[in-house]
Design a protein around this ligand. Structure first.
Ligand code: DAH
Length: 353
């Protein structure tokens, strides 16, 4: 009977060699390991074997069964591997080809600069105040102490939405700067408590519009970030301290800066802030127009008339304000030479940031 088992095993393994696909393999399993296979029949026949021989034959039959099962598994694995290879050949998949790049979205360089500026002022306790882009002549100019014939109020400089003559009322225009937000903010805060208005410490970012000839340095549409601090005992020293700290956090601890006297209708005294040209280190180059300095913002102590217009008593309160152009600061930071790049939507430009 052991010889018979040996014979069963030989035949099963040789017929397994001929198996080429899953279907034939399933048939082979039924024929050689199934209920009515010769191997299973020998287990049934064990009953008739003399008792002394039974263990040896039983062990032999089990060994054959394990051998056939192992061969079945190996064959099954081999068939699966062959199928994968075959399908790869059919699809001509070249796994050595480089992958297709995934396009990654990114923030506009001006947005990145604005967020950095927000971060610097947030650390100093300033909150963001958003104000409207469509304004009246009153808010954009009059309440900010612009005299009636100031050149900025001319048609050549401002985009008017409605002249106001038909209504006999204020012209409506696109704000030419973020400064009118100062009045909106002060009026909102002081209206809540007119006898004792709360201190103000805000930045006002947003889009501004001017009727300009577009050039490498001028756009009709640009952002500004305005700043306003109002309270009791605020001095010019606070203005200088705040803006000096801003310059160091924005451009590096080593940055050199200076304040120059200037003029704005809504501040008195007024100044402009320059930082040392970081292209030439102050020697003088084309970026700084040979001066060694780069202008980054306008600022000053809030004019008493403006405080008054905002509902803050100028005998009790003082304040400082400033305004900067994030597009211009971004141009300085990255040495961008043409402001028109910002709106051209050219990936070759935008992908660099
Ligand atoms: N509004 C000014 C402009 O558009 C910028 C500015 C200057 C804002 C001085 C201020 C300031 O708040 O104090 O040119």
């Amino acid at each position: 009977m052991l010889d018979q088992l040996e014979q069963i095993k030989r035949e099963a393994l040789s017929s397994l060699e001929a198996v080429q696909d899953d279907e034939a393999l399933a048939q082979w399993k039924v024929a050689h390991l199934g209920r009515s296979s010769p191997l299973m029949a020998t287990f049934d026949d064990l009953r008739d074997v003399p008792k002394e021989e039974r263990p040896a034959i039983g062990r032999g039959a089990n060994q054959v069964k394990q051998a056939l099962e192992a061969s079945y598994e190996a064959k099954s694995d081999a068939l699966r591997a062959a199928a994968v290879l075959q399908s790869l050949e059919k699809e001509h998949l070249d796994v050595t080809l480089p992958g297709r790049p995934v396009l990654r979205g990114r923030l506009h360089p001006t947005t990145q600069t604005m967020r950095r500026i927000y971060g610097v002022f947030a650390e100093m306790g300033f909150q963001i105040y958003l104000s409207r882009e469509v304004e009246t002549d009153e808010y954009n100019f009059q309440l900010l102490n612009f005299p009636p014939h100031h050149p900025a109020r001319e048609m050549q400089d401002t985009l008017f939405v409605d002249s106001g003559t038909e209504r006999g009322d204020n012209p409506i225009l696109l704000r030419t700067h973020t400064s009118p937000g100062q009045i909106h903010a002060m009026r909102e805060f002081s209206a809540a408590n007119p006898d004792d208005p709360p201190p103000v410490r805000i930045i006002l970012p947003g889009m501004c519009y001017r009727y300009e000839q577009v050039t490498t340095r001028h756009e009709m549409q640009f952002n500004q970030i305005e700043g306003l601090a109002v309270g009791e005992h605020i001095t010019f020293g606070d203005l200088k301290g705040t803006l000096s700290d801003f310059a160091r956090r924005m451009f590096g601890q080593q940055v050199r800066y200076r304040f120059r006297a200037s003029h704005f209708p809504f501040t008195e005294p007024s100044a402009e802030m320059d930082i040392e040209c970081f292209v030439c280190g102050g020697e003088g180059c084309s970026v700084c127009k040979r001066t060694g300095w780069l202008e980054i913002l306008g600022c000053g102590m809030v004019h008493p008339i403006v405080l008054q217009n905002g509902g803050y008593d100028p005998d009790r309160y003082t304040g400082f304000a400033f305004g900067m152009g994030p597009e211009r600061i971004t141009m300085l930071l990255y040495r961008i030479e043409d402001i028109r790049n910002y709106w051209a939507n050219d990936f070759r430009f935008l992908e660099q940031f």
